[in-house]
Design a protein around this ligand. Structure first.
Ligand SMILES: Cc1ncc(COP(=O)(O)O)c(C=O)c1O
Length: 361
């Protein structure tokens, strides 16, 4: 992208037109599917972006950390899901300080997490809504569908927690490719979750929310009847992984790292000022390198050191010169955002401002 004024590199560029299109497209998917949209804001950690998601119809937000929850609450966002088990007395105190003035829902996946949470609520005379985390295949936190039913049975006895929903995260969708395969993951995940809800009903436990979602599955628009909520996060920007999965194009990626060529040791090598401190250090199972080098077909960002990135060019490539600017679409945008303190906002090649990135813990 040619910008209308100099920007010191490395910088995190945010194309507002592309981001707004992504926000509207996902809001339309949720509306058409008759489900609530609760975007995961770990991707952007930014109030102006969260507010745009809410204005377009999101009913609340999802967060991974208390710092993210506090940032959103300070910006007036009232309905927050903490999709991460809160463990430890300091975290519980902080969590309940927040829950005293907004509607905070918390995910749990064991009685070891739930009991201290319930005790802390009781001490303060508070109630708290909880979701049970169901592991539908990612193999991270969460219980098997059968284990989730058992946990729900125990939770029902545990005042003052209120079991209101179940939640899965099919992050394993990043291992599949193309909209057909991704729609299949969405179906399998949704069906397991709806069956879990039905198993709960059979033992007299009714819940309100069946919450699912990852960006790749949500972009397919595949929604199993009975699912009530989706929680995509990365969709707001998209990233290299989403392009390699074949569900969005480079033109749908709103965030990129602007970098300067600092060395040309030979015709096949370009060294840039964006290393692991700018593009992060996540490889992709779907393609080579640490991100997509825009407008240089076949170029691979093969190595990253802290402040250096090393790009290998194909034999017939155009030859960027020292001082030229390049743009990298990182494989995974969420950890990249966490490395920058601000977004440089761009509209149609014009730099129009900057927004701070908060809650980087
Ligand atoms: C619990 C949970 N829900 C939703 C998401 C959003 O998924 P994605 O990054 O694919 O948009 C994440 C991302 O890590 C997550 O951990």
């Amino acid at each position: 992208m040619i910008l209308d004024r100099p920007v010191e590199t490395p910088a995190l560029l945010l194309d507002l037109d592309v981001m707004e299109k992504n926000i509207s497209r996902m809001a339309d998917i949720a509306r058409r599917g008759g489900v609530n949209l609760r975007p995961h804001i770990k991707t952007h950690k930014s109030l102006p972006i969260a507010h745009r998601q809410l204005v377009r119809g999101a009913l609340g937000v999802t967060v991974a950390t208390l710092a993210e929850a506090e940032l959103m609450a300070q910006g007036g966002i009232q309905d927050i899901l903490l999709a991460y088990p809160p463990v430890g007395s300091l975290k519980l105190a902080r969590l309940l300080d927040l829950a005293a003035w907004i509607h905070l829902t918390v995910v749990v996946d064991s009685m070891d997490v739930a009991r201290p949470l319930a005790a802390a609520c009781k001490d303060r005379g508070m109630t708290l809504d909880v979701y049970v985390k169901v592991d539908t295949g990612l193999g991270r936190t969460g219980r098997s569908p059968e284990g989730a039913v058992e946990l729900a049975r125990e939770l029902k006895q545990l005042e003052p927690l209120h079991l209101v929903g179940i939640m899965s995260h099919c992050g394993f969708s990043y291992g599949r490719q193309g909209s057909e395969e991704l729609a299949e993951v969405a179906r399998e995940d949704g069906q397991l979750m709806v069956q879990t809800k039905e198993s709960l009903e059979k033992i007299g436990i009714s819940i309100r929310e069946v919450s699912v979602g990852s960006t790749p599955t949500c972009w397919t628009g595949e929604l199993v009847p009975g699912v009530t909520e989706i929680r995509p996060g990365t969709y707001v920007f998209n990233d290299g992984n989403n392009v390699l999965l074949g569900i969005v194009g480079e033109e749908d990626c709103a965030a990129s790292v602007l970098t300067t060529v600092i060395s040309r040791p030979n015709p096949r090598r370009v060294v840039i000022d964006a290393g692991s401190k700018s593009v992060a250090k996540e490889l992709s199972s779907l393609g080579p390198g640490y991100g997509i080098v825009k407008n240089l077909p076949g170029a691979v960002l093969e190595r990253v050191y802290e402040e250096h990135g090393v790009i290998e060019l194909p034999a017939d490539s155009p030859q960027p010169a020292v001082g030229d600017l390049l743009e990298i679409i990182p494989n995974h945008i969420c950890p990249v955002v966490n490395l920058f303190s601000e977004y440089i906002l761009v509209r149609q090649g014009k730099v129009v401002g900057c927004w701070p990135i908060g809650a980087r813990r």
